[in-house]
Every structure is written in C-alpha cells, then in structure tokens.
Write a protein that binds this ligand. Structure first.
Ligand SMILES: Cc1cc2nc3c(=O)[nH]c(=O)nc-3n(C[C@H](O)[C@H](O)[C@H](O)COP(=O)(O)O)c2cc1C
Length: 209
C-alpha cells in the first residue's frame, strides 16, 4: 500500500497514521480555564523537544472547527501541566478524553485528584507519578492543530518510580498509545547500548546523547 496524503480520505489518513506511528507516549495535559475550571485530557501527538532547557510539545486538535478546550486554555493562560499515564490511571485517562463541555471538569468526571502545582496555576494529577509544569514558550498552528511548546518550570517525579537518579520503566509502568482502541504496556523491557564508533566520528563538543 502506498499512500499519497493529497488524495487520501482525511478520516482514513487519520486512522492509518495513528495506527502506524507507534507507540506514542500519552501526555495527560491539565489546564485551568480563565473561568477557573480544571481541565484534563490526553494527547498522544506529543514529544520531548529539548532537555536544556527542558521543553515538551503537545499537538492539540480542533473540534467542530474550534480549538479543543486544552488549546484554548493554554493560549489564554500560557500554563499547562503534562502528566504521564500509567496502567493505574489508564481507564481514568480514557474517561477524561470524553467530549465534555468547557464548564465540566474532567478531574471530577474521571475521579482524579488535583495536586497543587508549584509554579503554575493548573493542578497536577495526583495519581500520575511524573508531572511537568510548563509555561507556554510558543505555539505553531499546523492545519487544525495547535502545537504548544512548553518550557518546563518544575518536574515532579515520585520517589517510588526512581532508581539511581532515573525513572525505572518497570516501576513507572507507563502506557503507550497504539492505533484505534489499542494501548501497550511498557513492562516487556530489553537492553541495548549504543555502539562504540572506532573509526572517524562526529565531533563531540559535549557528551553525546
Ligand atoms: C489516548 C488518547 C490520545 C489522544 N490524543 C490526541 C491528540 O494527540 N490530539 C488530539 O487533538 N486529541 C487527542 N485525543 C482526544 C482528546 O483527548 C479529546 O478530544 C478530548 O476531549 C479533548 O479535551 P479538551 O476539549 O478538554 O481539550 C486523544 C484521546 C485519547 C484517549
């Protein structure tokens, strides 16, 4: 199958793309509307962009031609929190993804607990062991998506998921998104180390990542 996106049906393209570009982390984004409603919703079009400074990006789509509540809140308040999704909260994340009206808080609908953030107003999701408090650095509109780049102003990591200064995937038990209704666990972990290059290699002014 070879697809020319220019001539492909939009819905089919969406289904094909989200089932092929996998697995994706799920950014469970909490925001607070200007009216004070605490919103949270999952987004798997999300990525780490930079570690120094620490920057994450989340791509938020539109609904009926208007940006989803998360994008509206981020653009209006310039603050959001990215919470990681683990097996324990996967079902509540799914409940929070429903099409709720802006005045309804998904925290209450999904039975999630608000934990105060330190540097931004939107609360963290208490049940999530990793939270990134972000300030909007810039946004880029791509078709009907608003890609929000967040400068991380605080990162919270629960002690239980740490081992030797890094997050241990076996303790974290993060969930990834596949296509359609499919998700994956991250418990089948294996190891590889990057090759040691002996011949000519790229200049390394700083430690390679
Ligand atoms: C696992 C998962 C991943 C999702 N990823 C995205 C995404 O990347 N972009 C998007 O626009 N919607 C995504 N959605 C749908 C939104 O979560 C959904 O539209 C939600 O109602 C948006 O809430 P809001 O209007 O409060 O922002 C995803 C849903 C699920 C369950």
């Amino acid at each position: 199958m070879i697809v020319d996106p220019e001539t492909f049906d939009e819905d089919e393209a969406y289904r094909l793309m989200i089932s092929a570009f996998v697995p994706r982390p799920i950014a469970f984004v909490s925001t607070r509307s200007p009216e004070g409603v605490d919103n949270c919703a999952p987004f798997s079009f999300a990525m780490g962009v930079s570690s120094a400074p620490m920057v994450l990006a989340v791509s938020v789509g539109s609904r009926h031609g208007r940006p989803k509540d998360t994008a509206r809140n981020i653009l209006e308040t310039r603050e959001f929190v990215v919470n990681l999704v683990t097996e324990d909260i996967a079902e509540r994340m799914n409940i929070a993804s429903g099409d709720y009206a802006p005045e309804v808080s998904e925290f209450d609908e999904a039975g999630l607990t608000r934990a105060p953030s330190l540097a931004v107003r939107p609360p963290r999701i208490a049940e999530s062991p990793v939270n990134f408090e972000c300030r909007l650095l810039q946004h880029v509109v791509v078709a009907d998506n608003t890609v929000c780049f967040g400068a991380v102003v605080r990162m919270h990591v629960a002690d239980e998921v740490l081992a030797g200064g890094v997050v241990d995937p076996r303790r974290l038990r993060a969930v990834g998104r596949l296509g359609y209704k499919y998700y994956c666990r991250t418990t089948d972990v294996f190891e590889m180390v990057r090759p040691r290059v002996t011949g000519p290699k790229a200049a390394r002014p700083t430690e390679a990542r």
